[in-house]
Design a protein around this ligand. Structure first.
Ligand code: HEM
Ligand SMILES: CC(C)=CCC/C(C)=C/CC/C(C)=C/COP(=O)(O)OP(=O)(O)O
Length: 311
């Protein structure tokens, strides 16, 4: 493993001790807030809804399951997290928490979230949640992340399952719309992450992680951001072509997609030296990353409004 050869495992400092805030930080709360939102969107656009208490339990299970996978990710990645500036302040690399504790916490929460979702809803929803956790914590984190520049293209599937989980929890079955929502998040992940990876490239190089700009360079990454954004725009309009939504979503998806393309093209045309390195401090990439978050939130909000308020 690349990361293991470059960093010493952080040592726990018993005097510092972990606070409640540290245990929460292990769940990557900011990231999973959007993950859970996509799960809720999947649930809300389904033809039948669970009762409010059951819907809240389903939401909690997606939240805890996704967070638990994040905790296992932080346990496994503690060596490389210690090397990268962005992640070095996390509880394990900053020696505020023992690594084993984080692993036990992640595994216990994973099992509890899947079991509770099974009991509260059904085996299909619980099965997809279990598969997503394994996909993110094992397939992406322990295998793909350190072995291929396509890591997040394949690994991105993990974060794309929540709309399917939400739909399955509500209906006990699967439909075309949640599969299209999966495809949208799947295609959104590369431009989302590669924008960040352009300005975090030094960190990834230092840690020996083969992210796309590290292996293929910034210019290649910029073209890939544009290419995935174009495909994402097309796929985001599938619900319109299949008459699964109305004009609100169609107009919203078109405008939001054109906005994403605008930010992607600005990344492509960023002032750069002959090797493709940005001369602007990757300002357009930072803006594209921020826009990617707003894009997904508003796109699924438009779908929600369209299907729920104007069925
Ligand atoms: C393999 C897939 C993905 C990768 C590699 C990835 C990577 C990242 C990274 C490295 C960050 C910066 C986090 C930090 O500074 O601590 C980030 C931020 C974020 N990601 Fe992703 N991401 C992926 C998928 C997703 C998905 C599926 C969602 C939600 C649907 C998501 C939502 C977010 C949000 C909301 C933030 C901002 C967090 C903040 O403000 O601190 N990501 N992502
Ligand atoms: C339901 C379920 C299990 C969903 C999983 C959702 C999820 C957490 C998706 C991936 C999001 C993410 C922060 C990836 C970054 O991983 P990284 O390790 O490359 O980033 P890092 O360097 O910030 O740790």
């Amino acid at each position: 493993m690349i990361g293991e050869t470059v960093g010493a495992a952080p040592r726990f400092d018993a005097e510092q001790g972990a606070t409640l805030r540290d245990w929460l930080a292990l769940l990557k709360p900011r990231v999973i807030s959007l993950v859970v939102f996509t799960g809720v969107a999947g649930m809300a656009v389904a033809p039948q809804w669970p009762s409010v208490p059951l819907g809240l339990i389903d939401m909690l299970c997606i939240c805890v399951g996704a967070g638990a996978a994040g905790a296992i990710n932080m346990w496994y990645d503690r060596d490389i997290d210690a090397i990268m500036k962005r992640t070095s302040v996390r509880p394990i690399p900053d020696s505020r928490m023992e690594a084993d504790g984080a692993l036990i916490y992640g595994v216990v929460l994973s099992v509890v979230s899947v079991a509770l979702l099974w009991l509260a809803s059904n085996a299909l929803a619980a099965g997809i949640l279990a598969f997503s956790i394994v996909f993110y914590a094992v397939i992406y984190t322990m295998w793909l992340k350190r072995s291929t520049p396509q890591n997040i293209v394949i690994g991105g599937a993990a974060g794309a399952f929540p709309p399917m989980i939400g739909w399955a929890a509500a209906t006990g079955s699967m439909g075309v719309l949640p599969v299209v929502m999966f495809a949208i998040v799947f295609l959104w992940t590369p431009p989302h992450f590669w924008s960040l990876s352009l300005y975090a490239c030094k960190d990834y190089t230092k840690a020996g992680i083969p992210m796309l700009p590290v292996v293929k360079g910034a210019r290649h990454t910029r073209w890939n951001i544009v290419a995935y954004t174009v495909v994402l725009m097309a796929v985001s309009l599938i619900p319109s072509f299949l008459h699964l939504c109305g004009a609100i979503y169609t107009v919203g998806a078109t405008v939001l997609g054109l906005g994403f393309l605008w930010f992607a093209l600005r990344v492509l045309m960023d002032r750069q030296d002959e090797s493709g390195v940005s001369l602007t401090g990757d300002k357009p990439a930072r803006q594209a990353f921020r826009y990617s978050l707003a894009y997904l939130f508003f796109l699924f909000s438009a779908l929600l409004v369209d299907r729920v308020l104007f069925p």
